[in-house]
Design a protein around this ligand. Sequence first.
Ligand SMILES: Cc1cc2nc3c(=O)[nH]c(=O)nc-3n(C[C@H](O)[C@H](O)[C@H](O)COP(=O)(O)OP(=O)(O)OC[C@H]3O[C@@H](n4cnc5c(N)ncnc54)[C@H](O)[C@@H]3O)c2cc1C
Length: 236
Amino acid sequence: MKSNYQVIVVGGGHAGIEAAWAAANTLGAESSVALVTLEAQKIGVMSCNPAIGGLAKGQLVREIDAMGGMMGLVADATGIQFKLLNTSKGAAVHGPRCQSDKHAYARVAQRFIKSRPEIEVVEGSVEAILTEGEQSNLVATGVRIGLNDGGELELHAPSVILTTGTFMHGIMHRGQDTTEGGRVGEAATNKISDALRSLGFELGRLKTGTPPRLDIHSIDWDALPVQDGDEVPMPF
Ligand SMILES: Cc1cc2nc3c(=O)[nH]c(=O)nc-3n(C[C@H](O)[C@H](O)[C@H](O)COP(=O)(O)OP(=O)(O)OC[C@H]3O[C@@H](n4cnc5c(N)ncnc54)[C@H](O)[C@@H]3O)c2cc1C
């Protein structure tokens, strides 16, 4: 594995794969992009429900698509149900949405990433951002990675993109229980938060506010209307 890249992307979630894809597209065939993520098998995992797009979000997927991004392509390839929302209103507020096969989505996203020789996937946890310069004018030069086998690795690049999603010092609340974690079944990443703090960043906390899940056996299905997808699916 080389140690110098043009771009290092930290995190293989939805933002990270777009960033790596965009870097490879923009910089061309000779580009070198490292995509550092905790587990290669988890690249492109849909953390929550399997919907892509929706009101005020479908437009974003189309904008990503217009810029040559990946999300619309992966959603179309794995979509089970497509629905254009808000059709009673004008075209500007129509919201394309699809329900994707959650497992296929991650598989296809991983296939897209693998298809690009410019992108090298590195498994491990970024624990620090390497910098040079004065505290008032720090420049990122790379990352220090804690490898899954216990070793350490330093990679260098003039651009470092952080897309760590819900993982940095992640906390999960379920009912009255609170546990540490990036998402269910995956650990939080804490060292990178401490490293960012020591570089002078102020850390805050956002929440995803996932609605409670319903027990399928507790639902009176006969009392509910069926919501079909559109007869003619409109892809992203
Ligand atoms: C239970 C749950 C429900 C959610 N519900 C919704 C919802 O309904 N709608 C919605 O829009 N969003 C929801 N979200 C938020 C969801 O996380 C984001 O929408 C989406 O996944 C963000 O994509 P991302 O690429 O920013 O981050 P993520 O998909 O979280 O990906 C982050 C990636 O970074 C990697 N990573 C993290 N730290 C490091 C490190 N130090 N070194 C290397 N790799 C690292 C992880 O392995 C992961 O691959 C939910 C999240 C959770 C956990």
